[in-house]
Ligand binder design. Sequence first.
Ligand code: SAM
Length: 292
Amino acid sequence: MSEIRLFTSTTEKNAEAMLALMSDAFEEEGYAIATMEIDEKRDIWEASLYLMADEEEEMRARFAALLEPAFPEAKIEREKIPDVDWIAKSLEGLQPVRAGRFVVHGSHDRGTARAGEIAIEIDAGQAFGTGHHGTTAGCLEVIEGVMRSGRIRSALDLGTGSGVLAIAARKLAPIPVLATDIDPLATRVARENVRKNGIATGMTLETATGFHHTVFRRHGPFDLIIANILARPLMRMAPQLAAHLAPGGHVVLSGILANQRWKVIAAYSGAGLRHVRTIWRNGWVTIHLDRP
Ligand SMILES: C[S@@+](CC[C@H](N)C(=O)[O-])C[C@H]1O[C@@H](n2cnc3c(N)ncnc32)[C@H](O)[C@@H]1O
């Protein structure tokens, strides 16, 4: 589903005031909001609200109603964020990427890992996750730290994309790993990548939306749940995700913009989890939580 940016052009001062209004009205629901400078000399700024295409009508009306009392002149414009954006980002640069001890590389760079490094082979393709994106790299780094404790006996990778994070977990320890994605194409690509990385045993791949599938009950609860999706669905899923986490378990969340992190942490605190740490990579954050 494509993403839409609704925005209005204004001055810096008004953009700031609009951002405060939008923050109160929309951030709690997990919508990304932003202001950006367009023309410094002419003091032109844009205040933006990001949403999914199927909610455009409703959100445009809410956005207009929110601005109307203080900014009756505000004209709302729209921009469609290209569908391929995330995949294109994940295809950026075909050089091997290093995150923690992992080195994620394409088949053309086989043999690139140095002593002590863990190689993951992923060819850029139809599913997100070559390691180049800040969210994937952030997750790889946190997963390595969590798994070092040696207490992780099962893992779930929700929104597996290319399968990169599930493969990383399985390469660190011979534990059962469930990897799911809403997109059947991603599940297919992940299955192929699991096979290419020689770790098919112990891996289960399934197409599922969120936690709507019996596979979670069959394989859970999990000691480690990784979900690199987006802030809003992650916040919505907090109670279900927490319900599938074993006592003493760990959660690694990404796909979260820096300004959304506190809302996500609040949603998961409300579900009984504790914030351990947050790491930053290229404007994105990865959050590590645990169940005390
Ligand atoms: C940003 S990609 C992450 C891919 C990979 N895990 C990584 O870290 O590079 C997000 C993936 O989550 C999937 N996804 C989005 N919403 C989902 C949902 N509600 N349930 C399961 N998967 C979802 C998308 O299809 C996409 O493959």
